[in-house]
Ligand binder design. Sequence first.
Ligand code: HEC
Length: 127
Amino acid sequence: MTAGSLQTGHANRMRSALPAMLACLAVGASGLLAAQTADDVERGKAVFDNYCIHCHGSGPHNSGATVMLEEKYAGAVPGSLEERTTLTPEFIREFVRGEIGMAAYRPTEIPDPDLQALTAYLMRNNP
Ligand code: HEC
């Protein structure tokens, strides 16, 4: 179900259908969380290693974007994306799809399921 589908239909019917929809959303959300298993994280790491690591690598030889981000945040958060604990799906998506800053990746390069796996990987340490 998409957010758009919530906006269709008559308002009265909407009201009576709302609890069911919310229940469905809740199940959907927990299903999504359950789907973000070790598999997703592992696949996301592969996507990261393939597409991101040459600019966002970490370790003794930090690569370009890591150095830039270290300067930008001046210690407030790690320059390395892999060490962040505050990334959100929206933020990752905005950058990967090129809505801001960095070059974009087309869905033919990084399809949405891969983006989801990548997100699971980058959010694996979030509290
Ligand atoms: C060609 C180099 C390059 C590659 C490859 C690259 N990025 Fe970036 N990325 C950058 C640069 C440079 C910035 C900082 C630009 C800016 O702030 O506008 C950045 C910024 C970001 C940010 C914002 C970080 C912040 O806190 O401001 C995210 C998230 C991000 N990249 C994710 C990714 C992901 C995920 C991939 C792989 C799919 C990727 N990038 C691949 C160069 C790259």
